[in-house]
Ligand binder design. Structure first.
Ligand SMILES: [Zn+2]
Ligand SMILES: [Zn+2]
Ligand SMILES: [Zn+2]
Length: 274
């Protein structure tokens, strides 16, 4: 499986929309890998993780086949992960050409946000179907076995992250989570996936969090636990994603520190495989 990171920033991006801190000033000046748009990733050119306000910019930057996409796995309803107003642009007045049915998967808050944005939502008109997910209930999405896992994030909604398996390949795509809650560790312990790729939240970069997000001190703990449980091994690729300027490190600094701890710090455009 090939995972392309198209956006690797937290809600405000880097440089953050209205910020003049050191990290943001450097990013604005240097450009390149220092720039982070809101988080979104593409699996094998077929499955999208999240649909942020930058989805259209990602379409332009990476030239993937967005009109042909049939599956979007949404982690939670925060605006940096789900910007449902965009889906109105699937309706016939905007798109005269045929579109495949787009399956959007998410929790009840994601469904509410979709309904609020598209009060006239109609499967035929928008070529769109919503699927409500429940933690730990596996579904099939385009030939991939997808298991939503419970994140530790906004307590007012059931935030999810994803275990995706195909054949003997498995990847974990986890952001907007602190150190995983007990139910998720229990599930992983019983399901025993052999993870080829583990992508973790590192929003707070240099600083410890573990409750709402993670920083380098937290991801090290998660990595050790996955190795100890036998879910990850020597060949497992560990990557970091969803960074905030408030983590205090630019990409160059973050990348160096992460590498020393056994992680690759993703950037917008980075590709990881397993
Ligand atoms: Zn986020
Ligand atoms: Zn800043
Ligand atoms: Zn969030």
């Amino acid at each position: 499986m090939e995972l392309q990171y198209m956006g690797t920033g937290a809600a405000e991006g880097i440089p953050a929309t209205f910020c003049t801190c050191r990290v943001c000033r450097e990013a604005a000046g240097r450009g390149g890998r220092e720039i982070r748009t809101r988080s979104q990733a593409l699996l094998d050119g077929k499955i999208l993780f999240d649909f942020p306000p930058d989805a259209y910019a990602h379409y332009l930057a990476y030239r993937f086949d967005l009109p042909a996409i049939e599956h979007v796995l949404v982690t939670h309803s925060h605006m940096d992960h789900f910007f449902p107003q965009e889906f109105e642009l699937r309706s016939k007045g905007f798109v005269p050409t045929p579109l495949p049915l787009l399956h959007i998967y998410g929790n009840d808050k994601v469904e509410q946000a979709l309904l609020a944005a598209l009060p006239q939502r109609d499967e035929e008109r928008h070529r769109l179907r919503f699927h409500r997910l429940r933690p730990f209930e596996r579904i099939d999405a385009g030939g991939y076995a997808v298991t939503p896992l419970l994140a530790k994030h906004d307590p007012t909604e059931q935030c999810l992250f994803y275990l995706v398996e195909q054949g003997d390949r498995a990847l974990l795509y986890a952001h907007d989570t602190g150190i995983f809650p007990a139910e998720t560790w229990d599930y992983l312990d019983s399901a025993k996936p052999r993870l080829g790729l583990v992508s973790l939240d590192c929003t707070t970069a240099a600083f410890k969090d573990g409750n709402n997000h993670m920083g380098l001190p937290d991801v090290v703990q998660v990595r050790e636990r996955l190795l100890k449980m036998g879910l990850a091994g020597e060949t497992t690729v560990f990557t970091l994603n969803h960074f905030s300027h408030n983590g205090g490190l630019n990409h160059r600094e973050l990348s160096e520190k992460a590498q020393g701890m056994g992680f690759a710090a993703a950037w917008d455009g980075f590709i990881a495989t397993c």
